[in-house]
Design a protein around this ligand. Structure first.
Ligand SMILES: O=c1ccn([C@@H]2O[C@H](COP(=O)(O)OP(=O)(O)O[C@H]3O[C@H](CO)[C@@H](O)[C@H](O)[C@H]3O)[C@@H](O)[C@H]2O)c(=O)[nH]1
Length: 474
């Protein structure tokens, strides 16, 4: 059924002829200015656009997606006076998000007010979909009596963890988290997660993190939660989340399979594809730690040793600024260049989806950001999991224990363990087994976004719910 709203009007002559005039229904998207959040929200925009909505993306000044041929029908607005890249460097991601929420509330209201004033008779804003970390958006939506919807870019399990953590007894939790012996124990009610798998942050103290989490899980006046996941991945977490939250939860992912929307904020080095073309099928380990994770010099060296000793070729994304106090790799000892020169290829940023689809790639060493996790499963690639912070630890545990297509490297990084993990994935029978299980999951994910699949139906349900008059009060 079409989403178009038809207004009927009578011509002056009084004839009983009716004409139909199309009113475009517009959705306002508010992304977090970071790659891991921009990517899925732009995919969501594409998915909703294909359901006949117009899309306006309201961005901060930092890390903006630019209008390109992929988004030629999208409308982009910038919230004036928001934070910059140097603010992110100085404050760190946690404080940055807290400050961004403080300073954007008023300016976003103005921005939305202006948009509503300018909307013509044929254009109607029907709701604001905001990234869960951009919760300032709901006040503006409320003021203009627009429905608001939370968009979560992490897994349902990570959302559930945040919800559980937002309710813990802080004093006891702080004591438990400092107790080394507790770290390997299962956290009550979150099997198979241990205390050390909880999504605590490497970017700030637990107290600040808990404050941020309580804001993200408080859906407040929001009418629904959309989540970039699928029931075949985490049905019990989704069911629990639905019980916890007072509003409908729509798992509509993986969005990268449902809707392609290239939105890289960094320039992709495509030379790596030519290098991959020269490698044997399934022989290459692809290494990428996403857009925020950092890497110690000693870890980079242990990795280089282990990778070199494995005798497998490897494609390594080293993002500028990811090695503290180094622009790129110049602060690494000379030994590093020697170790990577024979079988390695290093780039600053890769076309990751194309890399994962390449027949030469056999394994993905990842920090386990949720997008990378979904992309790797979506291409049937087993993973070496080395989480850095937050939800990545939850994903790593699920990859190893629930979905059984990952090997987690825990504790101090040592070259012997690196070599062993690479061989387990690329050489040993165990790797072939993991590949079978990930290919199985890949097929389930593909089915979930096809017509009749759970995510596809969930998106349709969300779209249909926007048509109901009392959507705001569900
Ligand atoms: O060379 C590269 C490296 C990455 N990517 C893309 O960048 C995105 C990275 O996203 P993700 O894997 O989720 O990692 P982060 O950038 O670290 O994402 C942040 O946001 C995610 C979603 O909320 C969280 O799961 C992570 O923990 C958080 O760090 C993916 O789509 C990749 O395809 C590239 O295109 N080229």
């Amino acid at each position: 059924m079409s989403l178009d709203l038809y207004i009927r009007f009578r011509p002056d002559q009084g004839e009983r002829m009716e004409e139909e005039k199309r009113v475009k229904r517009r959705i306002v998207l508010v992304p977090v200015p970071a790659q891991g959040h921009v990517t899925p929200i732009m995919q969501l925009g594409k998915a909703l656009h294909s359901k006949d909505f117009s899309i306006t993306v309201v961005q901060t000044q930092y890390n903006r997606v630019t209008s390109s041929k992929d988004f030629s029908d999208f409308h982009f607005l910038t919230i004036p006076g928001s934070l910059t890249e140097s603010d992110l460097k100085n404050l760190g991601p946690l404080q940055f998000m807290m400050k961004l929420n403080q300073i954007c509330e008023a300016t976003f209201k103005q921005c939305l007010g202006q948009l509503l004033k300018e909307q013509g008779d044929h254009d109607e804003v029907v709701c604001v979909v905001y990234d869960e970390y951009m919760h300032f958006s709901k006040a503006a939506a409320m003021e203009f009596q627009l429905p608001s919807v939370v968009f979560s870019t992490t897994s349902a399990t990570a959302f559930l963890c945040r919800s559980v953590l937002a309710k813990v007894n802080v004093e006891k939790f702080l004591i438990d988290m400092k107790d080394v012996e507790m770290q390997d124990k299962l956290f009550p009610g979150l099997h198979p997660l241990r205390y050390k798998d909880l999504p605590t942050s490497a970017f700030g103290p637990i107290e600040s993190m808990l404050r941020v989490y309580s804001k993200t899980v408080n859906t407040g006046t929001a009418s629904a939660v959309i989540i970039n996941s699928a029931s075949c991945l985490e049905s019990s977490s989704l069911a629990r989340l639905q019980q916890e939250l007072q509003v409908p939860v729509y798992p509509i992912g993986p969005l990268h399979i449902a809707a392609s929307a290239p939105s890289s904020l960094l320039e992709e080095d495509r030379s790596c594809i030519e290098w991959l073309n020269m490698q044997k099928p399934r022989s290459v380990m692809y290494i990428s730690l996403g857009s925020l994770a950092l890497m110690e010099t000693k870890d980079a060296l242990e990795m280089a040793w282990g990778l070199s000793n494995s005798n497998q070729p490897f494609l390594w994304v080293i993002r500028p600024g990811s090695i503290p106090s180094s622009e790129w790799t110049e602060s690494l000892p000379e030994e590093f260049s020697k170790l990577v020169s024979e079988r390695g290829y290093i780039v600053k940023w890769a076309p990751q989806m194309e890399v994962l689809r390449h027949p030469a790639v056999g394994g993905f060493w990842s920090h386990c950001g949720w997008n990378s996790t979904l992309e790797s499963i979506g291409e049937g690639i087993p993973m070496i999991c080395r989480p850095f912070t937050g939800d990545q630890k939850v994903n790593a545990r699920y990859l190893e224990r629930a979905w059984r297509n990952g090997v987690q490297l825990e504790g101090e990084l040592e070259k012997e363990a690196v070599e062993r993990a690479v061989k387990r994935l690329l050489v040993d029978e165990e790797g072939a087994e993991m590949r079978k299980s990930v290919v199985d999951l890949k097929e389930k994910l593909e089915a979930s976004v096809r017509s009749g699949g759970s995510s596809c139906s969930s998106l349709d349900n969300f779209v249909n719910s926007l048509k109901t008059k009392n959507f705001m009060h569900q």
